[in-house]
Design a protein around this ligand. Sequence first.
Ligand code: ATP
Ligand code: MG
Length: 253
Amino acid sequence: MNGAAESRVVIEGSVVTRPAGPWTPTVHALLRHLMAAGLSGVPEPLGIDNDVERLRLVPGAAGSQCWPRQATEHGLRSAARLLRAVHDASQTFVPPDGAVWSVAEVAGSEGSVSKGTICHGDPGPWNMTWHGNTATGLFDWDFAHPAPAIDEVAYALEYFAPFRSDTEAIRWLGFRNPPDRRRRIAAFVEAYGLDCVTGLVDAVIARQLQTIEQTRSLAERGVQPQRDWVASGHLDELRARVRWSEANRALVE
Ligand SMILES: Nc1ncnc2c1ncn2[C@@H]1O[C@H](COP(=O)(O)OP(=O)(O)OP(=O)(O)O)[C@@H](O)[C@H]1O
Ligand SMILES: [Mg+2]
């Protein structure tokens, strides 16, 4: 989730300290698995002390520095390849007994590309590290959960396409000109390795609705920052994003 939460996160040298949740041991097991599978761009888990987790900093530019980088076609394609590599490496993860995820697991449909995929859950460009215009790493794994990979492609496309107005894209998302969303969706999908874009806009809308439910559920359980977000009306903003996607199909399909 893209919110200013730097105060919850402390970086000292190459070590990141952030709040831990009941899901953190499961996430650390996943990160160890991904590293053992050869991925170098995920944070190495260093330990959990009560309600705090420690992780290795993934090198590169991060956070709001991502926007002009992801706006390039090279950046877009590199992010799609990174996501695919993460999904492929996650296939062989065997969750520990009593695994806990922060958000509900999503069952895959028969024959989907995603059998056994663990999704990152929040793979926006701001949660990636960048070297130049290349996405090289993925951090902030709090929302990881088993789900069809297509859900995660849909989540990423909301931001990479983007499913936002030209004004927002230029003001906030690093674009110099109105983005060619159809072209960017096709490039992302090709670099990820999906066969076609059919049904993707519906998948983005379904994933946007899922984000509303996930945010509401986390807030209800008192998880921060979602609790504060919901109290200050964030769900209305999320609903407006769904309406934008429904009203602007002509721009994206
Ligand atoms: N493992 C990491 N490697 C590199 N940078 C990190 C790492 N963890 C956190 N950061 C830095 O700290 C910032 C906030 O961390 P993180 O994304 O984990 O927290 P957050 O509360 O989820 O924030 P946001 O809502 O912006 O996603 C990131 O934008 C990034 O600059
Ligand atoms: Mg983050």
